[in-house]
Design a protein around this ligand. Sequence first.
Ligand SMILES: NC(=O)C1=CN([C@@H]2O[C@H](COP(=O)(O)OP(=O)(O)OC[C@H]3O[C@@H](n4cnc5c(N)ncnc54)[C@H](OP(=O)(O)O)[C@@H]3O)[C@@H](O)[C@H]2O)C=CC1
Ligand SMILES: O=C(O)[C@@H]1CCC=N1
Length: 274
Amino acid sequence: MATRVTFIGAGNMASAIIGGMIDSGFSPSAITATSPSDAFLAPVHERYGIHTNTDNVAAVAQADVVVLAVKPQIMKEVCEGLAGVVQRQRPLIISVAAGLDAATLEAWLGGDLPLVRCMPNTPALVGTGASGLCANARVSDEQRALATELMEAVGLVEWVEEEHLLDAVTAVSGSGPAYFFLMFEAMEEAGVKLGLPADTARRLAMQTALGAAKMAMASDKSPAELKRNVMSPGGTTERAIEHLEAAELRRILAEAMDACAARAREMAAERGGR
Ligand SMILES: NC(=O)C1=CN([C@@H]2O[C@H](COP(=O)(O)OP(=O)(O)OC[C@H]3O[C@@H](n4cnc5c(N)ncnc54)[C@H](OP(=O)(O)O)[C@@H]3O)[C@@H](O)[C@H]2O)C=CC1
Ligand SMILES: O=C(O)[C@@H]1CCC=N1
């Protein structure tokens, strides 16, 4: 029988993973998603053909894997509501919440459970997600393989052995799509100032990012070398890169990513972990 996966929460991140799983061949009939509102679940059911339920406990009663995908702020209440059923059913728990550590989640769920913390990102929706995963000591090799299979259905999977490194994963790839979306906004605005129609500038910027990422992934050259190959001596790219370096883009990015990881630690402390 297909592995039955229940998503607690059917918002941005859960929908992205569900959409990616279905595109990659997972059976919609093996997937359930929950949310407090029937009005919200109806379009999710229609779009993906999955089961939906407003009752978290009922949705977990048959599950092999439970993906916790609610906001960190309500995770304690949601986990405590699920403790009874997960202790009976003993599914693999996968939490995608930023910041909340495994020991705290496990305690809220009644203790002694196999739990994988996962930091995914929303490009999972188009099968190009990037996820960092970390397992607690109770996760078996089979369950590790299952978590890998599930998240590989929606993109790249990288395991980390030390849980605190998930804050770094959050800073690189969990929040990372937003950094690139900001770049697209800025490049479009600048392209318009240079005279291009907005939609032309937007398409060119996005295609360039896609091309650069594909090229860098296919190449054995470092990003620094690929960058040098675009920079003809005395040419246009050199002038642009000089500006970005003089404006300390690297320092700005490092500070933004430090702030991101620090916020993940703060969120854990606010919710009673670490
Ligand atoms: N968005 C992203 O890029 C990423 C998010 N994450 C993590 O994913 C998690 C979810 O984030 P995101 O999807 O953006 O948030 P959303 O607000 O989009 O989704 C949360 C969902 O949970 C539902 N919900 C609220 N209360 C309950 C409940 N008691 N039982 C079941 N479902 C409930 C909400 O329903 P309603 O709207 O009706 O309240 C909503 O559908 C967070 O923990 C976040 O840290 C991780 C990586 C990336
Ligand atoms: O912004 C957030 O808190 C979530 C976690 C990573 C991406 N979005």
